[in-house]
Design a protein around this ligand. Structure first.
Ligand code: PXP
Length: 252
């Protein structure tokens, strides 16, 4: 059986974090995006935060204009971000919860409780031809809410799986597997991301209902030691190996 291809979206936020530490133009996240594409990234992900702590408005403008792979804009469901997304019409927009004080995106969006707030945002983005994804926990309630919102895509937050160990990690993995299968049943394309690294990507990549992984912090951090090109290629190889083994397809 031929394994279903698993896309890799490379999140370049933390190239911008390093750049912003000195306030100059180096290192340039758009250059990193180009290098990521050359190394085998299927798409580029960037999170424009309300406080602009890493990616800037100018970065989004350049990414949309200069990168010839799908751009996945991570955004909070605010009027400001909706306006920016509609201006740049990225390939996809992933709606994430956002708190000013958090270090990174903590937990998924409560799509079930926020239906009335999210519905017009999902609707406007979809009308503009942008593929909307909701960043949610691996929870059937959230998947059913995503279906009611008519979101074509969900991204499962796998941070808790990555942070856990032993039996607890196995429990998280089972939840992610079940959620990905339910998404497929509901006709929703299923992605996963947050916290993935070389040690944690295999069992996630083996889940055949998943069609895309978005990975950032680990790749940018590991690139310090191995370079971006070889780090991305190694991640790609680990994903392909796990997927091929899961489907018994040794040649994929
Ligand atoms: N997916 C989403 C929706 C995210 O918010 C993030 C973090 O910005 C990622 C994927 C990537 O997570 P990490 O940087 O931990 O790989």
């Amino acid at each position: 059986m031929t394994a279903r291809y698993l896309r890799l979206g490379v999140n370049i936020d933390h190239v911008a974090t390093i750049r912003n530490a000195r306030g100059g133009p180096h290192p340039d996240p758009v250059r990193a995006a180009r290098a990521a594409v050359e190394a085998g990234a299927d798409g580029i992900t960037a999170h424009l935060r309300e406080d602009r702590r890493h990616i800037s408005d100018a970065d989004i403008e350049r990414l949309a204009r200069e990168i010839d792979r799908p751009l996945n804009l991570e955004m909070a469901a605010t009027g400001e971000m909706l306006e920016i997304a509609l201006r740049h019409t990225p390939h996809a927009a992933c709606i994430v919860p956002e708190k000013r004080t958090e270090v990174t995106t903590e937990g998924g969006l409560d799509a079930a409780s926020l239906h009335n707030h999210l519905y017009p945002v999902v609707d406007r983005l979809s009308e503009a031809g942008i593929r909307v994804s909701l960043f949610i926990e691996a929870d059937p309630r959230q998947l059913e809410a995503a279906a009611r919102l008519k979101a074509p895509v969900v991204e499962l937050h796998v941070g808790a799986y990555c942070d856990a160990e032993g039996a607890e990690r196995a429990r998280h993995l089972e939840r992610i597997r079940a959620a990905a299968a339910l998404a497929e049943e509901l006709g929703i394309e299923c992605h996963a991301g947050h916290g993935l690294g070389f040690d944690t990507v295999g069992p996630i990549a083996a889940i055949e209902s998943l069609v895309e992984l978005n990975i950032g912090h680990f790749l940018v951090g590991e690139a310090i030691f191995g370079g971006l090109d070889s780090t991305i290629k190694r991640m790609r190889a680990l994903m392909d190996k796990a997927r091929a083994e899961a489907t018994g397809d040794k040649c994929a």
